[in-house]
Design a protein. Structure first.
Length: 218
């Protein structure tokens, strides 16, 4: 939630029927959540359908998309929406590295290497970080790039989408049991993402189909 910018709130204030009645810098985390939770379809549609360049952050754009994608399902936890939006936002920031990781035949080896590395790591902190990274990457791959995985199954006999889905689900459920997850208030988020992974993955598939231009999967 700290990713939301002053310009984001100015845009929301101008476009929304819910006026922000307090200086943006003085808004608490709870108040920021309440403002985002109160966003109406007018704001979402304005952002999604605008043909003009918007002065909003990547985070707000992905937050709107994720919130819209998850709301038809019983997934309305704001902290979870915030987390998933942040994962997508980070994927844009590291697009070149991630594109290299999933190019050609490397996606399976990339995930497999992470799993093998997890088995070798003795540091609890490093194991937690890698577990979360693996969970986030599988959420991204299965949620945003399902056609890519399906095409690889069809053309190369690669592991199925459900294979990666199970990995993501298990890694989130594993991550929730770390003390570090508790320290960073991530326990409930990871538990939710793990237990609802298939539902969230399908919602992100719809988001990808409707709003992201990803081109030919192969």
């Amino acid at each position: 939630m700290s990713r939301i910018t002053a310009n984001d709130f100015l845009f929301i204030d101008a476009a929304s029927s819910h006026a922000i009645r307090k200086p943006i810098k003085n808004l608490s985390l709870v108040e920021r959540y309440e403002i985002l939770d109160a966003l109406d379809n007018k704001v979402a549609n304005l952002i999604i359908n605008s043909s003009n360049i918007l002065t909003i952050s990547q985070y707000l754009y992905f937050f709107i998309l994720v919130r819209k994608a998850l709301y038809p399902h019983p997934i309305r936890d704001m902290a979870t929406i915030d987390y998933v939006a942040s994962v997508l936002c980070d994927s844009v920031s590291t697009a070149n590295a991630f594109r290299t990781a999933i190019s050609g035949d490397r996606v399976h080896y990339y995930i497999s290497d992470m799993i093998r590395k997890l088995e070798r790591i003795s540091s609890v902190t490093e194991k937690f970080i890698l577990t979360v990274q693996l969970a986030n990457q599988t959420l991204l791959i299965t949620g945003i790039f399902p056609d890519y995985l399906t095409a690889r199954v069809r053309h190369k006999g690669a592991p199925s989408l459900s294979f990666y889905e199970k990995i993501g689900q298990s890694q989130f459920l594993s991550a929730k049991d770390y003390q570090l997850a508790h320290d960073y208030d991530l326990t409930l988020i990871f538990d939710f993402l793990g237990s609802k992974f298939p539902d969230i993955r399908r919602s992100l598939n719809q988001l990808s189909d409707q709003y992201l231009m990803l081109g030919d999967p192969m």
